[in-house]
Design a protein. Structure first.
Length: 389
């Protein structure tokens, strides 16, 4: 079981470990690539402007476009307004997506992006490499089939870890823990290193493998939730007219309504009415807890885009909450840079474990083949004569 599960997933696990290494530091790399202007030096308790002022400014700058979302950062004094053009069938043209970044306290426009199609062409090499790493790590450029396949590989990795744990004591019962027989054959030395590093990284690898399964299931299960619970909440509005942006109610008012309905949470982002990622009739607002423990737990709220009244609170089902909690454990991004460095070291050790496992398998196969060839050479003639007689 250990051999089969390990061999089935080893190559793909090596790929995910290698691509996951830079993704651990994705925030630091993003800050390094960000060459935008800095925020104005102001007291920390300076109040933020109304979100309606940023929406109004964005519409003035691009009157022929629509706003798709508004993001109000909790950790930094910034507000990001995303915009796009409408294409055929009144659907958003993804090639035209761009954003405007404002200082949340002064209203100053700090930075604006180019359209998505142009950004892709002019993206720095490091940024393109990070995108490639992310796609390989998450879905192998195969979307849903790739997610499910990598989820299966992560499950086999968990099986390999558990079976390796059961095998460790019988194989190493005559040796002290940590023994590496470097004076013996090369294969024995690597076998001892494989067992030692596997034992050292056991708990971490088990957590990352199990949360990897959860992360790969997150996308499909989230889409199921959007297609069932969210659509069920929209039934009373199916005959309503889809509002145009000029008729929509206050964005700041929608934020305030949801904050009042969900005390102890912060509203992080709002998606404007559209049929692709939310409701055609509502603002879809995403909230999270305001404490370290609940900051990874998200909930959604629907606010009628015409009246500004709260329509529904969409509590996440238990399985999506488990997936939400698994994500920071997988990437190690909940304890700052020191924890990320620990995650990176353990990732490197796991790469050595996987690589040594493949090496041991190839060496073992070669040794068996050489033994068979020697047996055939030594006894082949006698066996042939007996067979002919």
């Amino acid at each position: 079981m250990h051999k089969c599960s390990s061999l089935a997933c080893a190559i793909f696990l090596l790929m995910t470990c290698i691509t996951g290494l830079p993704l651990i530091f994705s925030q630091e790399i993003a800050h390094w690539l960000d060459d935008g202007p800095t925020y104005a030096a102001m007291p920390q308790d300076t109040p933020r402007l109304s979100l309606d002022s940023f929406v109004s400014e964005a519409r003035k700058r691009y009157p022929g476009q629509i706003i798709t979302s508004v993001f109000s950062d909790v950790d930094e004094p910034k507000v990001i307004v995303a915009m796009a053009c409408l294409g055929n069938g009144a659907k958003i043209d993804p090639r035209t997506r761009h954003w405007l970044k404002f200082d949340a306290r002064t209203g100053e426009l700090l930075q604006q992006s180019k359209p998505a199609v142009q950004r892709q062409k002019e993206q720095p090499l490091v940024g393109r490499l990070m995108d490639i790493m992310f796609r390989l790590h998450s879905d192998l450029y195969a979307r849903l089939p790739g997610q499910l396949f990598l989820g299966l590989m992560a499950f086999l990795f968990v099986v390999a870890i558990v079976s390796g744990l059961l095998l460790y004591n019988p194989y190493m019962k005559k040796l002290d823990f940590g023994t590496v027989r470097a004076h013996r054959s090369k294969r024995l030395k690597w076998l001892d290193l494989h067992n030692l590093l596997g034992a050292v990284t056991l708990a971490w690898a088990l957590v990352v493998g199990a949360t990897g399964v959860c992360n790969e299931l997150a996308g499909p299960l989230f889409r199921v939730w959007m297609a069932t619970d969210v659509q069920a909440a929209l039934v009373p509005w199916h005959d309503a007219a889809v509002p145009v942006q000029a008729q929509m109610s206050s964005v700041q008012g929608a934020y305030d309504v949801v904050r009042a309905a969900l005390p102890g949470t912060v509203v992080e982002s709002m998606t404007f009415p559209n049929s692709q990622f939310g409701s055609p009739y509502h603002y879809l607002l995403w909230t999270k807890g305001d404490s370290p423990l609940t900051s990874r737990l998200f909930n959604a709220a629907l606010v009628d885009a015409r009246t500004g009244k709260l329509s529904a609170l969409l509590n996440m089902p238990w399985y999506l909450r488990v997936l939400q909690l698994s994500r920071p454990l997988h990437f190690g991004d909940y304890g700052g840079l020191p924890l990320k460095i620990i995650w990176a070291v353990l990732d490197l050790l796991t790469i050595i474990v996987l690589g040594s496992g493949l090496y041991l398998w190839f060496v073992r196969r070669r040794q068996i083949k050489e033994r068979l060839e020697k047996l055939v050479a030594a006894h082949g003639d006698r066996l042939l004569s007996k067979a002919s007689s």
